[in-house]
Design a protein around this ligand. Structure first.
Ligand SMILES: Cc1cc2nc3c(=O)[nH]c(=O)nc-3n(C[C@H](O)[C@H](O)[C@H](O)COP(=O)(O)OP(=O)(O)OC[C@H]3O[C@@H](n4cnc5c(N)ncnc54)[C@H](O)[C@@H]3O)c2cc1C
Length: 481
């Protein structure tokens, strides 16, 4: 991967990157994830770190680290999580102290650090969140530091080992090829990235880049799982080739349609980010920011659904490890959890990303409605269904915006799912307008079989929190009052 230049695909040519579009990188990352999710995590985190350094690091750090990260000689990690600080990053307790030479000393324990150590690369560069003594409580008082495993000189030659170590490796459900480390920083030497106490802003650059990339991981695993399931279905005979049985065909066809939609959402998100980067347009940046949690959560949900269908299509062989179908399901199951759980993504969507009174969402819905009108002549039936769905979603959007935040959060996950299905139908309709007969059939399969679930999602999105709160805690263990 490093020799082929795949790591620095979308990064700044001034520091050894290729300067190609983010969209191309997302498409390539999808394929690499399909090949091996565990290995691709190494380059994914390195790419996210490159993005954060390009935006926030000093020229000296950029000059020293970026060429080595782009070339793949060194790899990057992201150190946020601590035992008491997962979704609540602001609860972290890792400390930073100023040293006399302008560097910092980092002390604390981080958990779940992906590729926290390995001998795949010469150096492992940790971006670590920690709090300075005068850093306030919560996320506002956190700073970000570059803490390399080996201390480089100004020319990038590796010197002595830094004061940090791997305490243990986690045993996991999947991605067994990716070392997930408990890291201990013991007065380790670090360099500030960005400004003191503003580390979360810098880390968010890395996280947003990685969130979209994780959405593409979901799509990649789904693609690999479907290709394997389809090959098996063509060979396996039970009262005829199972690929011809209506239920098996339903699973294969809806999986293919879901993958197309999830991929289109990821690529629409990356295209918006590319346009923002190329033009400096705030509107494109806002579109990219709005689509990021949808791309992440929906892409990974589809990854899980399709990998699950892949096991089912294999029948009993799907449950047997050596078949390989089960590994896709085990590997993909982390994707709705890391980089901010899908629940957190959905809260980001209905909270921060709709804090503009839904303005960015409404512009997108208007585009969907206009496109459906334009598709009327050629594909009246499909266009009508997409138009109706978008109109219903627009009405629901205003109702959701009028809800109390707790009610909104209770419905955040189904609201995101509904939005994703309508977006998916929109991209299928556009593809039907541009493509051949199979593309029209695939659009019909999505619009008639997958899209209609959005109505159930919206019903749940508007159901509020009261009934959930009312059900006593004891009911979860089967004790009803
Ligand atoms: C294999 C693996 C690799 C990882 N790699 C990295 C890495 O490289 N670097 C790193 O820093 N971290 C990494 N993580 C950590 C990962 O990002 C966290 O596990 C994830 O963000 C969730 O945090 P948590 O595990 O503490 O769960 P919790 O925050 O305890 O969440 C538990 C449940 O509660 C929900 N929840 C929590 N808070 C809220 C809220 N306010 N509102 C609604 N629901 C809420 C969550 O959605 C979830 O369903 C990794 C984790 C794993 C398992």
């Amino acid at each position: 991967m490093a020799e082929g230049g795949w790591i620095g695909l979308a990064s700044d040519p001034e520091y050894g990157g290729m300067g190609l579009p983010i969209t191309l990188n997302i498409a390539v990352n999808e394929m690499l994830s399909a090949g091996c999710l565990a290995l691709q995590l190494n380059s994914l985190l390195t790419q996210g770190q490159i993005d954060a350094l390009e935006h926030h690091a000093s020229d000296a750090i950029k000059a020293l680290y970026l060429p080595k990260l782009n070339s793949g000689e060194w790899s990057g990690t992201m150190n946020l999580t601590e035992p008491q600080a997962g979704s609540d990053v602001g609860a972290l307790t890792s400390r930073a102290e100023r040293a006399e030479d302008g560097t910092y000393r980092i002390t604390g324990q981080k958990i779940f650090i992906t590729w926290g150590d390995s001998d795949v690369t010469q150096n492992v560069c940790h971006l670590v969140l920690a709090r300075l003594p005068d850093g306030g409580a919560g996320t506002r008082g956190i700073s970000l530091f570059m803490v390399p495993k080996y201390l480089p000189d100004a020319d990038g030659n590796l010197g002595e080992a830094n004061s940090l170590r791997v305490v243990s490796l986690e045993h996991k459900l999947g991605i067994h090829g990716s070392p997930t480390c408990v890291m201990s920083f013991e007065g380790a030497k670090g360099w500030l990235v960005g400004t003191e106490h503003k580390g979360m802003a810098a880390m968010f650059t890395m996280m947003n880049s990685a969130r979209l990339a994780v959405g593409a991981q979901g799509v990649g695993i789904a693609e690999a799982a479907l290709q394997q399931a389809a090959a098996y279905a063509a060979e396996r005979n039970q009262m005829g080739a199972i690929i011809n049985h209506p239920d098996v065909r339903r699973m294969l066809a809806t999986s293919r349609a879901e993958i197309f939609a999830a991929r289109a959402i990821c690529l629409a998100c990356s295209t918006a980010l590319d346009l923002a980067r190329a033009t400096g347009s705030a509107d494109w940046a806002a579109r990219g920011a709005f689509l990021t949690p949808i791309a992440k959560a929906h892409g990974t949900d589809v990854g899980c659904r399709v990998a699950d269908a892949g096991v089912q299509i294999h029948g009993g062989m799907g449950f047997i490890e050596e078949t390989g179908a089960a590994q896709y399901l085990r590997d993909v199951r982390i994707t709705p959890i890391y980089e901010g759980t899908n629940g957190i993504q959905a809260m980001d969507l209905v909270g921060r990303k709709m804090a503009d009174d839904g303005a960015v969402a409404v512009v997108l819905l208007d585009e969907i409605l206009d496109n459906a009108k334009a598709a009327q002549a050629a594909h009246a039936e499909l266009a009508n269904q997409v138009w109706q769905a978008a109109e219903t979603l627009r009405e629901a959007l205003h109702e959701v915006l009028a809800q109390e935040m707790t009610d909104r959060f209770a419905g955040a996950v189904p609201f995101l799912a509904a939005f994703a299905r309508v977006l998916g139908a929109h991209y299928h309709l556009r593809a039907a307008m541009a493509g051949g007969a199979d593309q029209v059939t695939l659009a019909r399969i999505y619009i008639t079989r997958v899209l209609p679930h959005f109505a159930a999602d919206l019903a749940e999105a508007q159901a509020g929190f009261a009934d959930l709160a009312q059900l006593g805690d004891a009911a979860f263990s089967g004790h009803f009052a």
